[in-house]
Design a protein around this ligand. Structure first.
Ligand code: GLY
Ligand code: MN
Ligand code: MN
Length: 439
């Protein structure tokens, strides 16, 4: 027997907030499908963030149908109890357990979806649903809508406009509530522990995957059930690949090691990048290169406060990194020309920030009516400038070729500025030098 670990009242409040904005509609949110890896083995399962956000329910083959103002209002389709399957795969709540433990008004077995869903949509004015996100479930909804339309014949009703639920749910998830901030802070702290452990462990000769194991072991040991995304452990020139996935090379004396890894905690994730020398000592060239990125990162952290436009962080990053590239002699010419022609993109091809929360690239609009969104207290995001010089770049001075540096922290906007939630992961050269290889 399992019990929910999070107070169901938290999810209830969220549903109430959603219901207040969607009276007369039905909000339908299906679970992620399970993915088969081979034969009887599945890829590790992690619930769809929107569904978890509204229910706390973690099982696959479940669907939320929320019908604000109607009875029953909170409906969940879940897997049936099944002694045989539970012997193999473990406990499932079943409809009764869902009603008892999760405050569901009415739960049905998932295999009744085609029969029951049309009845739940009768009298509903519109449907909030994200089409083409879960194409398997799209089919169930399509059949239900057809059935409602036929039934309602020439009554003039039953057109049921479908509205993407992402905007409304994205806005709800964008500014974090106090309890969400607590969880995100914890995810960030655990993530920082993983980075510190990696620094302590790293020395010339270790393999990237051994460092990855230390990072993820530390996450688990501090209470994180899973990683927020695939860890990037990239030594030497591999650091110039933004989302390097191989993590299988030996870390060499003289090389830098870039680690981008984050732990989940209560379905919120940290997202930290640190770059440090395998041997613990930066060369002069590496120091000059690293300090430029660090300077930009600190400048962006300093400018964060309510009211500034999200885009202003990217604009300032581009200006400062362009100046850095000129000062290092990696680019030549005028800053204006480089920015106008986007020539910096060869060395800085990504954004300086993205929303952070239950998903590493979290939901929420970046623009409102075409204008960059202004920051408000409670918004959480990363600050992650980087510079990457391809190994075979004939235009850059030789000493910089193959260098990749990214420094990434996670912040929440406060009334006066921001709180850096990942500050326990060192990023100053002398702080990192004092622990690298000393584990
Ligand atoms: N870890 C992915 C990113 O930094 O956006
Ligand atoms: Mn990031
Ligand atoms: Mn990252």
């Amino acid at each position: 027997m399992r019990r929910p670990t999070i107070d169901p009242g938290i999810f209830k409040k969220r549903r109430e907030r959603l219901a207040a904005q969607t009276q007369g509609a039905a909000v339908i949110v299906p679970a992620h499908p399970e993915l088969i890896r081979n034969h009887d083995v599945h890829f590790p399962y992690r619930q769809d963030s929107h569904l978890y956000y509204l229910t706390g329910f973690e099982e696959p083959e479940s669907v939320l149908v929320l019908r604000p103002g109607m009875t029953p209002e909170y409906v969940l389709f879940v897997r049936k109890k099944d002694v045989h399957r539970e012997t193999w795969d473990g406990f499932r709540y079943g409809p009764e357990g869902a009603e008892r433990e999760f405050g569901v008004d009415k739960a049905y077995p998932f295999d009744e979806i085609d029969k029951v869903l049309p009845t739940l949509l009768e009298g509903v004015e519109k449907v909030y649903y994200r089409l083409y996100w879960n194409t398997e479930f799209d089919g169930h909804l399509q059949r239900a809508l057809e059935s409602v339309r036929i039934k309602q014949g020439r009554s003039g009703t039953g057109l049921l406009p479908i509205i993407d639920s992402s905007e409304i749910l994205g806005e709800m998830r964008l500014k974090k509530e106090p309890i969400e901030l607590e969880w995100l802070r914890r995810a960030c702290e655990i993530s920082a522990e993983g980075h510190v452990a990696a620094m302590k462990f790293t020395h010339p000769g270790v393999n990237e995957r051994q460092v990855q194991a230390v990072v993820e072991y530390t996450f688990r040991m501090h209470g994180s059930p899973r990683d927020g995304y695939g860890s990037i452990v990239a030594s030497g020139a591999s650091a110039t690949t933004l989302h390097y996935v191989f993590n299988d090379q030996p870390c060499k004396e003289g090389d830098l090691l870039l680690i981008d890894a984050g732990a989940e905690y209560n379905h919120f994730t940290g997202d930290i990048t640190r770059t440090f020398p395998v041997s613990g000592r930066f060369t002069d060239v590496q120091t000059r290169f690293y300090e430029k990125v660090l300077q930009v990162q600190k400048a962006i952290l300093k400018m964060i406060r309510p009211g500034i436009a999200f885009k202003s962080m990217q604009d300032t990053t581009i200006e400062m990194l362009t100046d850095a590239l000129l000062e290092l002699g990696i680019l030549k010419g005028s800053a204006n020309h480089i920015i106008e022609q986007q020539l910096f993109k060869k060395y800085y091809p990504h954004g300086v920030s993205h929303w952070l929360g239950m998903d590493v690239h979290d939901c929420g609009l970046y623009k409102i009516k075409g204008e960059s969104r202004r920051l408000e207290p409670g918004m959480c995001f990363t600050v992650e400038p980087g510079l990457y010089v391809p190994l075979d770049d004939q235009d850059a001075p030789k000493e910089f070729r193959g260098l990749g540096v990214r420094i990434e922290d996670d912040v929440v906007v406060t009334d006066l500025g921001c709180e850096v939630m990942t500050s326990k992961a060192p990023k100053e050269i002398h702080d990192m030098a004092s622990i690298i290889g000393k584990g």
